[in-house]
Design a protein. Structure first.
Ligand SMILES: [Zn+2]
Length: 372
């Protein structure tokens, strides 16, 4: 007996003791075991193990050492080597620092057994040393907001030869894309407008955020002063990188000054909690870029249109969206040849089909990552 106690004391002294946390998802019969590791006498769980059991998503930003954790539709931000984390704009102290050991990140067990219960009193309970938790959300991409650019009093760009309006083409392709996403992927598809009406840029992303959309896809048609300008490009949000991208950005953002109340409205967008939206966007940049690449590659391959590539720009319409978001410029309405194609029903079908294939590819890849 004495011997065992001594051994136990030695084990504690060397930090070798570890107990594990049992987690039972309500409605399931078998508990999962969240393995604990003792580091410097403190109990930790590996962050990836935690995410697997809780179906949470974690992402590291190697630049600023931030670690984002998404759980039950909420976001936690941790800092490497710090005991502090933020949740719903408040800062909390979990007493022990989040640690890195090689490529692995370790979260103090205390966060799991104590802190989570205070943040989610209804979803997380401790019963007889077993953590009973509400069924975590299925993280698959299910809801998409399609945004046909312009509308109503704002026609967008107008064709050189046929005088086709951008707002009409954008809506045409969006409606076709909607049918494909619903029929073939069973997705929930919402449109920022489904007829010829004016919707402000802010209301478009606000709508996507309110509906808790997983993706935001804005469709536009390009225009240039030169009738020779042609091709297809896909944007995701960031500050514009090239002067050409800046020109497209200025054109699409112009609606704010022309139709939404001039410079006062523009200032409102600039002040629009920019830091906050910027912060939320950083973690979506990588996936927005991937979505943009998948869509661009598929349209170019399927339409044989000139590939102008994936670009970054600071579109107002993408700025406020808290989900992977892209803006596709489907061709130049100012180019006679492309305008002819864009008004063609068959060509619109092909555009919708190829954008659909790009989204599908992204979804399959993303769902796998988010649910394993
Ligand atoms: Zn446009």
């Amino acid at each position: 007996m004495k011997k065992i106690m001594i051994l136990a004391l030695i084990a504690v002294a060397f930090g070798m003791l570890s107990a594990d946390i049992s987690v039972l998802i309500r409605g399931e019969s078998k508990a999962s075991i969240l393995k604990e590791t003792t580091i410097n006498s403190i109990r930790y769980v590996e962050l990836n193990d935690f995410s697997t059991v809780f179906k949470a998503i974690n992402r590291q930003d190697r630049c600023d050492g931030r670690i984002y954790l998404h759980l039950y539709d909420e976001q936690f931000i941790f800092l490497e080597a710090s005991p502090y984390y933020s949740y719903k704009t408040e800062s909390y102290n979990m007493h022990y620092a989040l640690l890195r050991r090689g490529t692995k990140l370790y979260l103090p067990s205390l966060f799991v057994t104590e802190k989570l219960r205070t943040h989610f009193p209804k979803d997380v309970e401790l019963k007889a040393r077993v953590l009973s938790i509400a069924k975590p959300r299925d993280n698959s991409i299910t809801t998409i907001v399609l945004d046909p650019g312009h509308g109503g009093k704002d026609p967008g760009a107008v064709g050189r030869k046929l005088k086709a309006t951008e707002k009409e083409l954008n809506l045409g392709v969006c409606l076709k894309l909607k049918t494909l996403l619903e029929k073939e992927l069973g997705m929930k598809v919402l449109l920022t407008r489904s007829d010829d009406r004016f919707v402000s840029l802010q209301d478009r992303t606000k709508f996507a955020n309110e509906k808790k959309a997983d993706l935001f896809v804005s469709l536009h048609t390009n225009s240039s002063k030169s009738p020779a300008g042609k091709g297809l490009e896909t944007y995701y949000l960031s500050t514009a990188q090239t002067s050409e991208a800046r020109a497209v950005e200025a054109m699409e953002n112009d609606v704010v000054e022309r139709f939404e109340g001039g410079t006062t409205a523009k200032r409102k967008y600039d002040d629009l909690d920019f830091i906050l939206s910027d912060l939320n966007q950083t973690e979506n940049l990588e996936s927005s870029n991937l979505l943009a690449s998948n869509v661009q590659q598929n349209i170019v391959a399927g339409t044989k249109t000139l590939d102008r590539g994936v670009k970054q720009a600071n579109f107002y319409v993408l700025r406020g969206a808290f989900m992977p978001s892209i803006l596709v410029e489907m061709g130049f309405i100012s180019n006679e040849e492309e305008e002819q194609l864009l008004v063609n029903e068959e060509y619109q079908n092909r555009l919708a089909r190829t954008i659909f294939e790009g989204i599908k590819r992204f979804k399959f890849r993303y769902d796998r990552i988010r649910n394993t």
